[in-house]
Design a protein around this ligand. Structure first.
Ligand SMILES: [Zn+2]
Length: 321
């Protein structure tokens, strides 16, 4: 009897234990079910929660893609330069070209050994809405690039359209002092190095304010020309310290000459350009001085003929960087 009771008690305990285990498993399963359900309903209620995470990943992917596109975009600026990527194939270093067109060896002349004929059309004293857009129209029509030497005080948000057009249409932008005032740049005809440096920096800044921080021009032309003033070495060195190189010209259309010898016809301007080049030792590289200041309508009217003149002589066209 006692043994029977003992066996029954043991069975009862075992059943109790089994029941407890089953109950525990059930509780765990229910718990897990509730948690999964809750997460699902959270997503249903707030689809943006999971969507935001997805969007973040997508955005990262698309940003990366945009960056890559921008890197290859021919219409983006060559970082730290004065022209777009699509213009880079015909952009030449101003420092090198400048040495080819010096009149004498004592001036740092270097002989050009390349036989390729390249013409650099350059326009000083702009930009403005009267003449510059007309020059751009003709260059576009003739499919020829040029370099524009801008005066810093003319660079304002009002000419943003012109500057952007110059870049977008494959041209280059260069520096031509801030004030274009001979008495400030060259008091007593002697170059003031600190003034030259200051005006180069101010012009660069105005251009960057309009075109962005990636823009930088390394090309400078002295108003009146390097050839016209005295003791320029300190000013040249000051420009070099900014990574900027000066360049003159070896041909000019004569549109800023004194009235007594300034051409008054289209053919007169073409002849002036050809005649002035004959006095130079370098003939295959020609840097042509023109102006796009207000009032230079004859330059506009002559431009097609000037371009044709150099095309017929077998010149390609380049820009200065
Ligand atoms: Zn000038």
């Amino acid at each position: 009897m006692r043994e029977d009771r003992e066996i029954r008690r043991k069975r009862k305990r075992r059943r109790k234990l089994i029941n407890s285990i089953i109950l525990l498993v059930l509780v765990i399963c229910m718990g897990a079910f509730i948690v999964v359900k809750a997460v699902n309903s959270e997503e249903k209620l707030n689809p943006e929660v999971s969507q935001t995470a997805k969007n973040k990943t997508d955005k990262k992917k698309s940003d990366k893609k945009n960056e890559e596109v921008q890197k290859d975009d021919p219409n983006s600026l060559v970082k730290g330069s004065n022209h777009l990527k699509k213009a880079d194939k015909y952009a030449y270093d101003a420092k090198t070209i400048s040495q080819f067109i010096r009149p004498t060896k004592s001036d740092g002349y270097v002989k050009n050994t390349d036989t390729k004929k390249i013409c650099f059309l350059t326009f000083d004293d702009g930009p403005n809405h009267k003449i510059t857009p007309q020059i751009l129209d003709i260059l576009k029509e003739e499919k020829v690039p040029a370099t524009f030497f801008e005066v810093g005080k003319h660079i304002t948000p009002e000419v943003k359209d012109i500057l952007e057009r110059q870049l977008n249409e494959g041209h280059a932008i260069a520096l031509h002092s801030y004030e274009h005032d001979y008495t400030k740049l060259y008091p007593g005809r002697v170059a003031d190095a600190s003034q030259v440096k200051k005006e180069a920096e101010m012009t660069q800044k105005n251009l960057q304010d309009v075109l962005g921080k990636d823009f930088k021009s390394s090309v400078w032309r002295y108003p009146g020309g390097h050839m016209s003033w005295k003791e320029l070495k300190p000013a040249d060195d000051a420009l070099e310290s900014l990574g900027v190189h000066w360049i003159d010209w070896n041909s000019l259309v004569g549109d800023a000459e004194p009235k007594s010898r300034r051409p008054t016809t289209v053919q007169g301007m073409v002849d002036f350009a050809n005649e002035s080049l004959t006095y130079q030792s370098e003939q295959d590289i020609v840097v042509v001085l023109c102006h796009d200041a207000p009032g230079k309508q004859l330059t506009v009217d002559s431009l097609s003929a000037i371009i044709k003149n150099f095309k017929d002589k077998g010149y390609e066209f380049g820009i200065l960087k």
